[in-house]
Design a binder for this molecule. Structure first.
Ligand SMILES: [Zn+2]
Length: 261
């Protein structure tokens, strides 16, 4: 028997039901190439395909999955490069150049000079982060169809509107805070769900990068009374984090490593 990947029977992205679409493709909630194995449900074949395949009709033809995995994997490369001083020789990336003496990755000048490319590329990366959020949220809670995520859906699936990506910058470049070879894990415990309901924010740690995303409209009223105090608390004395940035261009993310020892 064919396995069918649905529980509620409605796609969390396009809201189509089994009558109008199909649920036959295994939907990875986090791009597979990030060493993630979580399989979701209620993500229809058409939407699954949209996220995974390049599309020549879009300004940035590269798929959301490809861009997301590229950013997170180059970041991971930078962190693991510390372990093996020769690994950088094998570095390959379409979008980044690596400067070994500076321990730094830079978004390629070719793309930076291409007017509007970096902003559009960054928007797709943001959609990729929000995509992982809702797919994992639904996998854990089965509540991804909730109306509070309608605007998020339109942003991720159709590029409508623009959601912010807040980035908590490390004071001295990137620092390894997790076992990079472990599959990524996100928490949706009761406390986290309460914060989403009440304040609209979700805190995501991805391969040493710290992001806050605003997942519903509550977030827009709670920047001053939730996001900023929370980040101030995390920054503490400023030993680890020192700045909260709203990402507009991918090069605002610090792709430098330094010795933290
Ligand atoms: Zn769909």
């Amino acid at each position: 028997m064919t396995k069918i990947y649905k529980k509620k029977g409605i796609c969390i992205w396009c809201l189509k039901s089994g009558k109008e679409t199909s649920f036959l493709t295994k939907p990875h909630t986090i791009p597979k190439k990030l060493n993630a194995h979580n399989i979701g449900f209620d993500i229809c074949d058409e939407c699954n395909k949209y996220f995974g395949y390049d599309n020549n009709e879009e300004r940035i033809k590269y798929s959301i999955d490809k861009i997301t995995k590229e950013i997170l994997n180059v970041h991971k490369f930078l962190l693991s490069n510390k372990k093996n001083s020769n690994s950088w020789r094998n570095f390959k990336s379409q979008f980044f150049n690596y400067y070994h003496s500076e321990n730094m990755l830079k978004f390629r000048i070719y793309y930076r000079k291409n007017i509007g490319f970096e902003e559009a590329f960054t928007k797709k990366f943001k959609r990729g982060i929000y995509n992982i959020f809702l797919q994992e949220y639904h996998r854990n809670t089965e509540n991804g169809l909730d109306k509070q995520f309608d605007a998020l859906r339109a942003f991720v699936r159709y590029g409508i509107g623009n959601f912010p990506l807040y980035y908590l910058k490390n004071r001295k470049g990137i620092r390894i805070t997790e076992d990079l070879d472990m599959p990524m894990k996100f928490s949706f415990n009761q406390h986290v769900q309460n914060i989403i309901q009440q304040f609209g924010f979700y805190h995501m740690t991805l391969k040493g990068l710290n992001f806050f995303i605003s997942v519903n409209e509550k977030a827009f009223q709670n920047i001053d009374n939730y996001l900023l105090p929370e980040c101030k608390y995390l920054m503490g004395s400023g030993f680890v984090f020192d700045q909260l940035i709203t990402i507009k261009r991918i090069s605002q993310i610090d792709f430098t490593t330094q010795d933290w020892d």
